[in-house]
Ligand binder design. Structure first.
Ligand code: ADP
Length: 674
């Protein structure tokens, strides 16, 4: 199916249909921004790729696009539209506000068996569907599972997927994915069956959910590969016999002895407390036509229902497809099936929907309470700073001044918001938005009703998302602190700096592993390769386990903080760092002075080879590989927790391998002794 060709610039067309907001993620090749589809008012994720940067990986993107066009499932991130220009590709995707499963696991250190089961059933459901469509995913890991507004998982990143021509039973040869999750037959360079390799990765994923660290891990790739090919790992004491058995059945070195996905669907561990097999059929089958959506589009486009249906059925993944799928998504969430109408819409021969999009400025957001804020932010310069297609002139002081005047004149904005936009420095405003999103996300989460499986668990565990729960029975035993601020003492020594296990260039590592194991070189970019190979850090699993506690456990000494924060100190702090609500990516400190915390972190960063820039209480951090490429980007922001007012550090991974990030930030925070 053809993608929509853009003339003259893809970005212009993107802006015609979507409002574009802040960057919410970044991968090996792409930057992902939050967006809003103007006509439906729905939020979307916009994956932006520069063709020049993609280089040899361009086919990977094409593979991903083709796969996503063919997959429609409740646990797979939906593709809505593809916009292509001579230089860029934009993929418009279903927006998943809950972040990566990886961040969720590390925030909680590990998940309970019950919560793991909820997520694992969804993973099995998605994978059974993917396999039923003839695909193998080949890059399953918690970074590629996002959490949506209803706390359900959505699988992303199909760039490495394969659809063997002769069916899934046919053997594949390309070794790909992230080494820690790769099946033994795959890293040995043997021919392998994609679905069998996926089950291995699901086993590693299950282990990571239940344990909070990887079953096979090592600084050295060669040693890591050896561990994987032997298939030996330690079961921690907290695993139930049922979990141990299931892991063992999935992490079988011989693929023929490994469970198949169809066996997982009704495995006793998977069925426990449910008494029903995993439901894996798509609830949103491809090609389904919803009459209400068609009617709304037909009215809007001033076309007959028949011709509208014919247009939608072309599935061109253009703006028609996006409008239809987003309307359908609204309907499925119980929202009105409505498109935003403008009083004077001119009909356009090819696509009337497009004509309406020119009038973006006067749209309103009646059914979405955060829309005015987003609308306001469209006018804020922090947004354009980060937006590659915004003319440079708009980023000059003059441009900002003009913008300020526009904000002041804009009748859509409530005055308090205008004041905030005009008064605050751009950076601060950005953070205000983030907080707003989190609050909104929390609300959405509270209202989540669609997923039967999760509802049960959420009822049991209402504060799941708010704060890490106590991680071990011992940590909760004598804890008399308020529930919201439960913590375990930081018993960590200073873990090794991420990547410090080896200073040798990535290329040499690859060569070495190839030499010693006669393994085919992984055919992905240096960036992706380094993400995987850089899985350095803590050595033995014992160390890792201790390290794994830090995110959940730096929330220590809180009693002390609460006592020491006298009202006068609190007043003095109030004007400075941002006040935030507790979230799972926030680490509480044992300190009372945000400036001290900030300075302590800043002092440690050079030691850890982290380059940074600081704006107010936010530190933007980066690490580089030996070839001058950014391997990791993340932000640390010193904040005050809303209730009770204590100093905390808000962490946000922007780019880079998740486990390396985890270790590095643990290292920074524990070394700064905050
Ligand atoms: P790449 O293909 O370059 O690896 P990804 O597709 O993995 O990029 O996206 C990079 C990051 O952007 C993800 O890890 C995630 O944090 C964020 N992201 C991607 N898609 C979405 C989405 N649909 N909703 C929210 N965040 C997303």
């Amino acid at each position: 199916m053809p993608v929509e060709r853009m003339e003259p610039r893809g970005a212009e067309k993107l802006h015609k249909y979507y409002e574009v907001y802040e960057t919410i993620g970044s991968g090996g090749f792409a930057k992902v921004k939050l967006g809003r589809h103007i006509l439906t008012g729905e939020k979307v994720a916009i994956k932006i790729m520069n063709k020049k940067d993609l280089g040899d990986d361009l086919p990977r993107v094409k593979v991903e696009i083709e796969a996503m066009k063919n997959l429609s499932h409740q646990h797979i991130c939906r593709l809505y539209q593809v916009i292509e220009s001579p230089t860029q590709i934009f993929m418009i995707l279903e927006y998943c506000p809950g972040g990566e499963l990886f961040d969720y696991i590390i925030a909680k250190d590990r998940l309970s068996e019950e919560e793991t089961r909820v997520f694992f059933r969804q993973i099995v459901s998605a994978m059974a569907y993917v396999h039923s469509q003839g695909y193998a995913h080949r890059d399953l890991k918690p970074e590629n599972l996002l959490i949506d507004g209803d706390h359900n998982l959505k699988l992303i990143d199909f760039g490495l997927c394969a659809k063997p021509k002769g069916g899934l039973g046919y053997e594949l040869m390309t070794c790909c994915g992230s080494p820690a999750y790769a099946a033994p037959e795959l890293i040995q360079g043997k021919a392998y069956i994609g679905s069998e390799a996926d089950v291995w990765s699901m086993g590693v994923l299950l282990f990571a959910l239940l344990c909070g660290y990887l079953p096979f891990d090592d600084d050295s790739c060669v040693v890591l590969y050896r561990k994987i090919t032997r298939g030996k790992y330690d079961n921690p004491a907290w695993l139930s016999p049922g979990s141990i058995l299931l892991l063992n059945q999935m992490l079988q070195v011989d693929p023929k002895l490994r469970l198949a996905v169809h066996q997982l669907l009704e495995h006793p561990w998977v069925m426990k407390d449910y008494n029903s097999p995993v439901e894996w059929h798509s609830r949103q089958p491809l090609g389904h036509i919803d009459e209400d959506c068609i009617t709304e589009m037909a009215v809007n486009m001033k076309r007959s229902r028949e011709s509208t249906t014919a247009l939608v059925k072309e599935w061109r993944y253009d703006h028609i497809t996006a409008t239809y799928l987003l309307l359908l998504s609204k309907k499925q969430r119980g929202k009105p099936v409505r498109l935003r109408m403008e009083p004077h819409v001119t009909e356009e021969a090819v696509s009337p929907l497009h004509a309406q999009l020119e009038v973006k400025k006067s749209l309103h957001f009646a059914d979405d309470e955060d829309a005015p804020i987003l609308g306001a932010l469209d006018l804020c310069s922090d947004y354009i700073d980060d937006c590659p297609w915004v003319p440079v002139s708009r980023q000059t002081p003059q441009g900002v001044r003009e913008k300020t005047e526009r904000i002041a004149d804009d009748k859509r904005l409530p005055s308090p918001l205008k004041k905030r936009c005009i008064r605050s420095p751009p950076f601060e405003r950005h953070q205000v938005t983030g907080q707003h999103h989190q609050e909104k996300r929390h609300k959405e989460h509270q209202h989540a009703k669609e997923n039967r499986e999760n509802v049960v668990l959420q009822e049991k565990n209402a504060d799941t998302f708010a704060l890490p729960p106590p991680r071990t029975p011992s940590s909760t035993k004598k804890n008399t602190r308020p529930k919201n601020v439960l913590t375990t003492p930081n018993q960590n020594g200073t873990p090794k700096a991420a990547g410090s296990g080896s200073k040798e260039p990535v290329k040499r590592k690859v060569a070495e592993s190839k030499e010693s194991n006669n393994i085919e070189i992984l055919p992905f970019s240096p960036e992706r390769r380094s993400r995987s190979l850089d899985m350095a850090g803590s050595g033995d699993s014992g160390k890792k386990r201790r390290g794994g506690r830090v995110f959940g456990s730096l929330e220590r000494g809180l009693d002390k903080v609460i006592t020491m924060l006298t009202p006068s100190k609190r007043r003095a702090l109030r004007d400075n760092p941002r006040k935030i609500k507790a979230q799972y990516n926030v680490t509480l400190t044992g300190q009372t002075n945000p400036d001290d915390v900030l300075n302590q972190i800043l002092a440690v960063l050079p030691e850890k080879n982290v380059q940074y820039s600081q704006k107010g209480y936010t530190i933007k951090c980066r690490t580089w590989d030996d070839f001058g490429k950014v391997t990791m980007a993340f932000e640390l922001e010193v904040c005050l927790l809303h209730k009770p007012e204590v100093v905390c550090v808000h962490r946000q991974r922007i780019k880079g391998d998740a486990w390396v990030y985890k270790r590095l930030v643990e290292d920074i925070l524990s070394t700064s002794s905050i």
